[in-house]
Design a protein around this ligand. Structure first.
Ligand code: NAD
Length: 362
């Protein structure tokens, strides 16, 4: 295809830029200068164990120095695997002791969503920087309290939206901002997987479960990032095919969004269906991504023949290195708390729409 061109990562691209930067001043009361930030993972479940801890080994500007866990039986394995010293092991009660630990610069909250606000606020009060997993929190009020606590303690807050660090996602964000194909007319996005578990916090309302916060934020982000706009109204419908499991929270959510420019989005998310795609129809063209929010392999194409297929070694390592550099260089976080809050404002409206069976304006 002669008009087909490939988008190569530039030497000055994000991976190269991360390596080229040298840490200048580290804003930490306890550690005036460091080459790598010490990270403490809070919550040692799937994402910490299988994804973040191995990714930390691949980073250039971070190292896993501490753990915070309510499961003492996990401690010896983590200490043996990652060389974590006894003095850097905490539980949920003595967590505040991190305040006096110069080895730890960043606290990364990887707990069920209902615990994000408490552990972010307690963490910010220790004076350490905070990275918090998505969804930021179950409510707008929680998100605002998290932002306030980090601001009051003069620490940075980043939300674990790994995709925004992925150059393949940045490619469609750029099209949304520069609009080479004119205005966005319609976005279709989907994010879901079949979850066969029958007893997990994702099925528990009090712990912040429900597919909308867990996977729905990827479909929502697809629409928000592809348009570069914030929705002005939502219309949503929740459903389940497994009421014996999903009786407190929804298994599936379908939601429509309307944007100020007139663009519309039809979004789907589910714990019962494997799906991961994005399609954007513009006035004069289209863009398709499949997958669009995976850990790796996000790729797509555009109607002018452009292929979106940037190489990326490890999304989470890149995310953590870029967030570490933002702390070291005192520059803005790529995905600050305010971005997590923007999503939760829409998520709250989506739940209201589904419950009241009506359109909700934002
Ligand atoms: P998980 O269930 O595997 O782990 C949760 C951890 O929290 C466990 O270590 C558990 O012991 C601990 N915990 C403490 N109190 C608990 C309680 N009352 N109930 C249940 N667990 C409790 O979950 P996970 O998949 O690791 O998810 C953790 C966070 O990471 C969530 O916010 C999730 O959305 C996020 N996550 C993000 C991504 C991503 O791609 N960014 C991927 C997976 C998970």
């Amino acid at each position: 295809m002669k008009n087909q061109r490939r988008m190569f990562i530039q030497k000055t691209g994000m991976i190269g830029a991360a390596a080229a930067f040298s840490p200048h001043v580290l804003l930490s009361a306890t550690n005036p200068k460091k080459e790598k930030l010490g990270v403490a993972l809070v919550g040692l479940g799937y994402y910490s164990t299988d994804i973040l801890a191995p990714a930390l080994k691949l980073t250039s500007h971070c190292e896993l120095k501490g753990i915070v866990t309510g499961s003492p039986e996990k401690i010896p394995k983590w200490q043996a695997k990652y060389g974590i010293e006894d003095k850097n092991v905490y539980n949920y009660e003595n967590y505040e002791g991190i305040a006096n630990n110069p080895d730890i610069d960043v606290i990364y909250i990887v707990l069920p969503p209902s615990m994000h606000a408490e552990y972010t606020i307690r963490g910010a009060n220790t004076g350490k920087h905070i990275w918090c997993e998505k969804p930021m929190a179950p409510s707008v009020a929680d998100c605002e309290a998290m932002i306030k606590a980090c601001s009051a303690n003069q620490v940075k807050l980043a939300i674990g939206y790994r995709c925004q660090h992925d150059p393949n996602i940045q490619a469609y964000m750029k099209v949304g901002q520069e609009r080479p194909f004119g205005k966005v007319r319609m976005v279709t996005s989907a994010a879901g997987y079949f979850d066969g578990r029958t007893n997990h916090w994702k099925q528990n309302k009090a712990l912040g479960g429900g597919v909308m916060g867990d996977m729905g934020v990827y479909a929502l982000q697809g629409a928000r990032l592809a348009t570069g706009e914030e929705p002005i109204s939502v219309l949503a419908q929740a459903s389940t095919t497994r009421p014996e499991i999903y009786h407190e929270v929804e298994e599936t959510m379908m939601f429509q969004l309307e944007f100020p420019s007139g663009a519309r989005a039809a979004c789907h998310t589910s714990f019962g269906i494997n799906m991961n795609h994005l399609q954007v129809n513009y006035e004069k063209g289209w863009l398709k991504m499949e997958p669009h929010s995976a850990y790796s392999g996000n790729n797509g194409s555009m109607s002018d023949g452009t292929i979106i297929n940037f190489p990326i070694e490890n999304q989470q390592a890149k995310q953590m290195d870029e967030d570490a550099l933002a702390i070291m260089n005192n520059t803005p976080m790529l995905v600050p708390g305010e971005e997590g809050l923007r999503d939760i404002k829409v998520v709250e409206a989506i739940y209201k729409s589904a419950q009241q069976n009506c359109m909700v304006n934002l």
